[in-house]
Design a protein around this ligand. Structure first.
Ligand code: KG4
Ligand code: ZN
Length: 353
C-alpha cells in the first residue's frame, strides 16, 4: 500500500500497557495494538514499576512489529516516531523513548517526545476533529483536572484534585471489595445491578466555589462502609457500587457546572466539553456530564472507550499535531516521571524564540 499522507508511529509505555499504533495525518488509525500487563501485576494487587518496565522491554518489539503488519506499511513509509516521554513510571517510559529514538535515528526521521496527558487531551481531535479552544476534563488513574485546551501545547489549568485522583479512589475502593486493578470497569458493571439509593456517601467540595476535586474523604468513607457491611447482605456489593458510582457522578456534575461557568467567562467561544482519560470510559459518568454540558449549551465529545484508556493511537496523533507545527524533539530528550501540562507552554516558547 502506498500512503501519500504523513504516517506517525506512536509508542505508549508509561504505565501498564505496552502499545503501538500507526496513524495518518488525515485521522486514519491504520493499526492500534495494546497489550495489557494485567496478568503480570495481578498477584501483587497493583502495578509494580519494576515488573512493568521489564514487561515493556519483553513486549515492545513484538507489539510494534504487529502494528506494522496490521497496518500493511513498512518502516520506510513512516515520517516520524512519537513516544510517551512522561509523566509516568520512569522505567517504562525509558523503554518506549529509547525504542522510538533508535528507530528515528536509524531512519533519520523526527523523534517526537509526547506528554502522555497532552495525548489524552488531543484524542478528541483525532476522533471528532473539534476546533480549539475546548474545555477538557481529564480523569485517569493519576489525574483529575479541568483544563482549557487553547492550542497544541497551550493548556490553562482551571482546577483539579487537591488529594487523590478519581481513578485512584475507584481502584482502591474496588480493591477493598476484592477486585484487582483496574477497578473502574468492574465497579461500572456491578453498579448496573444495584440500588444507587442504598448508601449515602460524602461529596467533598460539592457546592463550593471553583472546580477543584477532593476524593480522599470519599475513599475513607467508602473503606469504612465496606469494612462494616461486607458480609451484611448478598446485594451489598452491587448496591454499594451503584451508590458509590452515583456519588461520583454527582460530584462530577457539580464541579463541571462550575468549570463551564469559569471557562465561558474567559473563553466565550468554547462549544465543547471533552472528557478524556481512562475513567472517561465509564458510560454512567459520560451520561451525567452530557446532561450537565448540554444544559449549559456545550456538546460533550468523548472518544471511544478503547481510545480513552491508554493506547498508542493517542500518542501517534499528538505526534501528528506536533509534527505539523514543527515541534520535533531532540535525541537527547530525557524521560520525565513528572511533567505538568502547563509546562508545555514555556517549552514551546523557548523552542520558538
Ligand atoms: O488513562 P488510564 O488508562 O491510565 C492512566 O493514565 O492512569 O486510566 C486508568 C484508570 C484506572 O483508574 C481505571 O480503573 C479507570 O481508568 N477506568 C475506569 C473505567 N475503565 C478504566 N473507571 C471507571 N469506569 C470505567 N469503565
Ligand atoms: Zn493515561
Amino acid at each position: 500500500m502506498v500512503e501519500e499522507r504523513m504516517i506517525i508511529l506512536g509508542i505508549e509505555t508509561s504505565c501498564d500497557e505496552t502499545a503501538a499504533a500507526l496513524v495518518t495525518e488525515d485521522r486514519r488509525i491504520l493499526a492500534n495494538i495494546v497489550s495489557s500487563q494485567y496478568q503480570e501485576h495481578k498477584p501483587f494487587g497493583g502495578v509494580v514499576p519494576e515488573i512493568a518496565a521489564r514487561a515493556h522491554l519483553n513486549h515492545i518489539e513484538f507489539i510494534i512489529q504487529k502494528a506494522f503488519i496490521e497496518a500493511k506499511v513498512s518502516l520506510n513509509q513512516i515520517d516520524g516516531v512519537a513516544a510517551a516521554g512522561g509523566p509516568g513510571l520512569i522505567g517504562g517510559v525509558i523503554v518506549g523513548v529509547m525504542m522510538a529514538k533508535g528507530i528515528a535515528f536509524a531512519k533519520n526521521i523526527p523523534f517526537l517526545p509526547i506528554n502522555h496527558l497532552e495525548a489524552h487531551a488531543l484524542t478528541a481531535r483525532l476522533t471528532n476533529e473539534i476546533p480549539f479552544p475546548y474545555l477538557l476534563l481529564l480523569m485517569s488513574g493519576g489525574h483529575c483536572q479541568f483544563l482549557v485546551v487553547e492550542d497544541i501545547g497551550n493548556y490553562s489549568y482551571l482546577g483539579g484534585t487537591i488529594d487523590d485522583a478519581i481513578g485512584e479512589c475507584i481502584d482502591k475502593t474496588a480493591r477493598l471489595l476484592g477486585y484487582d486493578y483496574p477497578g473502574g470497569p468492574i465497579i461500572e458493571q456491578l453498579a448496573l445491578q444495584g440500588n444507587s439509593q442504598a448508601f449515602n456517601l460524602p461529596k467533598p467540595l460539592v457546592g463550593q466555589k471553583g472546580c477543584s476535586f477532593s476524593f480522599s474523604g470519599l475513599k475513607t468513607a467508602a473503606r469504612k462502609m465496606i469494612l462494616e457491611n461486607k458480609e451484611a447482605s448478598p446485594t451489598f456489593k452491587t448496591d454499594f457500587c451503584a451508590s458509590f458510582q452515583k456519588t461520583i457522578g454527582e460530584i462530577l456534575v457539580d464541579r463541571c457546572e462550575h468549570a463551564i461557568t469559569m471557562a465561558l467567562e474567559k473563553w466565550p467561544k468554547i462549544n465543547n466539553l471533552v472528557v478524556a482519560g481512562g475513567v472517561a470510559a465509564n458510560q454512567f459518568f459520560r451520561k451525567c456530564l452530557m446532561t450537565c454540558a448540554e444544559k449549559n449549551g456545550l456538546s460533550v465529545v468523548a472518544p471511544p472507550v478503547n481510545l480513552c484508556t491508554d493506547n498508542g493511537a493517542m500518542i501517534a496523533w499528538a505526534g501528528v499535531e506536533r509534527f505539523r507545527k514543527g515541534l520535533w524533539g531532540a535525541l537527547d530528550f530525557a524521560p520525565r516521571p513528572r511533567w505538568p501540562l502547563e509546562d508545555l507552554k514555556n517549552e514551546i516558547r523557548e523552542k520558538i524564540s
